[in-house]
Design a binder for this molecule. Structure first.
Ligand SMILES: Nc1ncnc2c1ncn2[C@@H]1O[C@H](COP(=O)(O)OP(=O)(O)O)[C@@H](O)[C@H]1O
Ligand SMILES: [Mg+2]
Length: 300
């Protein structure tokens, strides 16, 4: 049996090894964090972007960092399978069951030797429609209670620092608000999608998140104005932003889409609807293309 302190040290050293082994300059995939006020559409947008990028040939890992854990439903993982998901950082037994080893004797070592996204996903993830892989972290709850579990450190290192190959994309949905949007959330990400709706409070949160993201060194900040019903909504957001609109790399407008409300929680059918696609789906496609463009331009 492994001594707990020894085990802890082994896992932490695996996390450190992944961080040190990162090659951001040569990495050819990219990572995007999605943030904003509660209820503005982060989970909907993350899920649909994940599926759009996957259909486009990318290998997508969608990470749910929101303790509400509703991303799997939105991506379209069947309800029973979604309900059975145990957040990784909460259940060492689950890790044990998946790997046949207690964290630290084998698990950490495996990742140190073979820090590879597909390996982690195969062991800890759930596969959704269009081949989108989903990892449910459940970490923010623990961060809030001050938990510095080594398993948490290891998974965080995987999501943020593991080297992404060409065509590999990490999309991370976060919990509502901006209070927690600090270094620990932004770390490792090169793009942020800041979602707002046409309300004062949501725009305030997006602005504050943008300032933080910029301070934390995320180079590309995409603003998404979601659930827009009229040109006046867009003008309102522009007025609220004022000169701070320049703060964002680009701005995308997504109309209110009745089908989203009808289909939720699994919003996938929205993508299949209608030829030609709705303006909402077209807007998401434009956002997806911008992420890819920016994600790959960075590497040149
Ligand atoms: N463009 C849209 N049109 C209509 N309803 C939307 C749109 N985007 C999101 N919604 C709905 O708004 C609600 C909140 O969306 P959600 O993605 O859960 O937000 P968040 O993750 O930011 O809390 C959900 O009921 C969702 O179906
Ligand atoms: Mg959400």
């Amino acid at each position: 049996m492994c001594d707990p302190e020894d085990m802890k040290e082994k896992i932490l050293s695996a996390a450190r090894a992944i961080r040190q082994n990162t090659h951001k300059e040569t990495e050819s995939g990219f990572r995007v964090v999605v943030a904003g006020k509660g209820g503005v559409g982060k989970t909907t947008i993350t899920a649909l972007l994940a599926r759009i990028l996957a259909r486009d040939g990318h290998t997508v890992l969608a990470v749910d960092e929101d303790p509400q854990m509703n991303l799997p439903y939105a991506v379209g993982v069947p309800r029973q399978k979604s309900e059975a998901i145990v957040p990784l950082t909460k259940n060492i037994d689950y890790v044990e069951e998946k790997t046949g080893a207690r964290p630290g004797d084998g698990w950490g070592l495996m990742l140190t030797l073979n820090p590879d996204v597909s390996d982690v996903v195969e062991r800890f993830g759930v596969r959704g429609p269009d081949g989108v892989d989903i990892l449910v972290m459940g970490t923010v709850v623990q961060a809030a209670t001050g938990c510095l579990c080594p398993e948490n450190a290891l998974l965080q290192a995987v999501v943020r620092y593991i080297n992404l190959r060409e065509g590999e994309v990490v999309l991370m949905d976060t919990q509502a608000g901006v209070e927690h949007f600090g270094r620990s959330i932004a770390e490792g990400f090169d793009q942020a999608v800041l979602v707002t709706d046409p309300t004062f409070n949501a725009v305030q949160v997006a602005r504050r998140a943008a300032v933080l993201a910029r301070e934390l060194g995320i180079p590309a900040l995409h603003l998404v104005v979601n659930r827009v019903r009229s040109e006046r909504d867009v003008e309102k957001v522009r007025d609220l932003l004022g000169t701070e609109a320049d703060f964002f790399t680009d701005i995308f407008v997504l109309p209110y889409e009745e089908r989203v409300t009808e289909c939720e929680p699994d919003v996938g059918p929205v993508l299949a609807d209608g030829v030609p696609p709705s303006p909402f789906v077209e807007g998401l496609g434009a956002l997806g293309s911008a992420l890819v463009r920016y994600g790959t331009k960075e590497q040149v």
